[in-house]
Design a protein around this ligand. Structure first.
Ligand SMILES: *Cc1c(COP(=O)(O)O)cnc(C)c1O
Length: 491
């Protein structure tokens, strides 16, 4: 069963939590209890079967057959080159490449299964309505969700992205999505404004009532939806199993994981894996210049009212980190009253946690951040040293891992969650590799080919020929116009 982080709803099934996306009166769905899952029980299984093993205990209202069908979307992970999430050795670390899906970002790991999770969830209640999926995206969720939901019967999807706040490849990926149930909106604002406006639309009874008359309901494909987090727990088990197979961990040994973080969904999934019994030692939270989380872990003050920076790791340009609420729920000993008071709108995104909660946070997570310069440097140095090309997000993670190493000297085998293919951010990766002057810019499509030449890596299928594909009509609006636009489109 699932309950709300704010104590305003409990006893909901997985199907209800996934259909609703978030708690209508505010708050996020979290599992009431955590199942124990021994990694040894998953040894030798394919990715699909590991996914089934991890997800089933959380989907007790789904039939076994339905779950088997849902996980079929993953490559079976046995034959060569087909591993959905290979663990690659880079220096002393393992890099967990989570970007082998259709859109070359780790969001695919969850968004390939979310449409089916939602379909089964809706069927569970005999819901006849069509669903409108609203997504706010800092770049990667948008495309992965558009791709996952395109041409799905009874489902429409609208992706809102900050105009000028995503990479040219990310933008082109979204605007070239096929399917007449897919819509793209460029918002004149930043990601936080997009995300806040989407949450307000979810909370507005007036829009919901108007849609209901048209037999339409809303849901979310952002990581506020439990259906996004659940499939992400799977690959932490998968990483551990590979590390064992590769002889990187002694039996019963623990590993660390480093997670380049924005909305805290990926990190929260790692934390859930740990709660299920996966032997994780430290979870390391890596931020870019938007270092609101690193500051929090140092001080206990969450201060989202601050300057916002556009960085070369745009998918982490987030100040209001949604899933952090789920983390604080656990760290405070599931104290819904505290969560209510911290997230009260009168605080305007700034609050201070009590010392016991802060200590629990610090014991679980090490947090750090990387500047733009350090990120470029890490891309260049890693290529020189290991001939491995990091995308800017994963480079942030690598830099923070180095800081962790020098401050703790912890020699535990460490897995870096690699969240995007470097080709998605080619011009900045090339800038890092070739040591361009800061003010220089590169043509994105030339950079894509240059990166291919330089690294010898193949350009991911989903990024080939993007510059020549037909673009769809992109709506544009201010954050405060998003609700009106939705009405215009569907009412
Ligand atoms: C979304 C994203 C992140 C941040 O993940 P969260 O789950 O939001 O913390 C990091 N890197 C890339 C490439 C992403 O697309």
């Amino acid at each position: 069963m699932y309950e709300s982080t704010r104590g305003n709803l409990c006893g909901q099934t997985a199907a209800q939590a996934i259909t609703l996306g978030m708690v209508p009166s505010g708050g996020l769905f979290v599992p009431s209890t955590f199942p124990d899952l021994n990694w040894q029980d998953l040894q030798g299984l394919t990715y699909r079967d590991v996914a089934k093993g991890v997800m089933s205990p959380y989907l007790t209202d789904f039939s076994e057959e339905a779950i088997s069908d849902i996980v079929k979307v993953y490559a079976d992970g046995t034959s060569d080159g087909e591993d959905p999430a290979p663990l690659v050795s880079v220096g002393n670390c393992g890099v967990l490449e989570l970007w082998h899906g259709p859109t070359a970002a780790f969001k695919d790991m969850a968004l390939q299964v979310l449409p089916d999770l939602m379909k089964v969830s809706l069927k569970q209640f005999n819901r006849e309505e069509d669903v409108i999926i609203l997504v706010a995206t800092s770049g990667d969720t948008g495309k992965a969700a558009l791709e996952g939901f395109k041409n799905r019967k009874g489902m429409h999807i609208v992706a809102f992205y900050p105009e000028g706040g995503v990479s040219p490849v990310q933008e082109r990926q979204m605007t070239t999505t096929e399917g007449d149930n897919t819509h793209v909106v460029a918002v004149k604002g930043n990601f936080d404004q997009c995300q806040t406006a989407v949450k307000q639309i979810f909370a507005s009874d007036s829009i919901k009532n108007q849609l209901q008359e048209k037999q339409l309901i809303f849901s979310s494909a952002n990581s506020i939806n439990w259906g996004r987090l659940l499939p992400q727990i799977v690959y932490y088990y998968w990483a551990y199993l590979q590390a064992v197979t590769q002889g990187k961990v002694p039996p019963e040994g623990k590993i660390n994981v480093v997670v380049p973080t924005g909305n805290f969904g990926n990190l929260q999934a790692a934390y859930y894996a740990k709660r299920m019994g996966l032997p994780l030692n430290r979870i390391i939270c890596a931020s870019n210049t938007n270092n609101v989380l690193a500051d929090f872990f140092a001080t206990g003050v969450y201060q989202s009212q601050r300057d916002f920076f556009q960085t070369i790791s745009p998918s982490m340009d987030i100040l209001v980190s949604s899933n952090f609420e789920r983390f604080l729920y656990e760290m405070s000993g599931r104290d819904a009253e505290k969560i209510q008071s911290w997230y009260d709108s009168s605080n305007q995104g700034t609050f201070t946690v009590d010392p016991a909660t802060l200590k629990a946070c610090q014991d679980t997570v090490f947090a750090g951040w990387a500047s733009e310069e350090e990120t470029f440097e890490t891309i260049a140095r890693s290529y020189q040293t290991y001939q491995y090309v990091f995308d800017p997000h994963t480079a942030v993670a690598m830099k923070v891992y180095k800081d962790y190493l020098s401050s703790t000297n912890d020699q535990t085998f460490t897995v870096i969650a690699s969240t995007a293919s470097p080709f998605k951010f080619s011009s900045n990766v090339i800038r890092g590799l070739e040591g361009d002057q800061p003010e220089s810019t590169r043509d994105e499509w030339e950079a894509l080919n240059r990166l291919n030449e330089l690294s010898g890596w193949k350009i991911p299928l989903g990024l080939q020929g993007l510059d020549k594909k037909q673009e769809k009509i992109v709506n544009s609006c201010l954050p405060e116009g998003m609700a009106e636009l939705i009405k215009k489109m569907f009412v």
